[in-house]
Design a protein around this ligand. Structure first.
Ligand code: ZN
Length: 117
């Protein structure tokens, strides 16, 4: 049995009782700990939803970046110098998008693994 301070009157009371013996105010004991657990579960659900969204963004970035850079490489041979510069610039952005997507995907995978551990 441990002694805690009443949140209302601040007197020392047992943590096993439901209400303060001095003022009758309800004591947060093991019985009322179900609420934080539910909140935690909700947080996990929200987190997994967020992770799924990030996963989707990561996959879209990878597909878009890969398709964009491959498309621009195939275009580069058929165009003049000035256009090639633009295509090269576009290709760089697509490569960055692909790498960002890949990194994000790895981070999300790691977070999912971390949560399940
Ligand atoms: Zn009290």
């Amino acid at each position: 049995m441990a002694l805690i301070n009443c949140p209302d009157c601040n007197k020392q009371i047992s943590d096993k009782i439901a209400n303060c013996i001095q003022c009758g105010c309800p004591i947060p004991t093991a019985k009322s700990k179900s609420t934080p657990t539910t909140e935690k579960e909700q947080t996990i659900q929200q987190t997994s939803k967020k992770l799924k969204m990030r996963m989707l963004i990561a996959v879209l970035l990878m597909i878009g970046g890969c398709a964009g850079s491959m498309g621009s490489v195939s275009l580069m041979g058929n165009s003049n110098g000035e256009l090639n510069m633009g295509i090269a610039y576009f290709s760089t952005i697509c490569s960055i998008a692909f790498v960002t997507g890949a990194v994000l995907w790895i981070v999300v995978k790691f977070k999912v693994w971390w949560h399940h551990k």
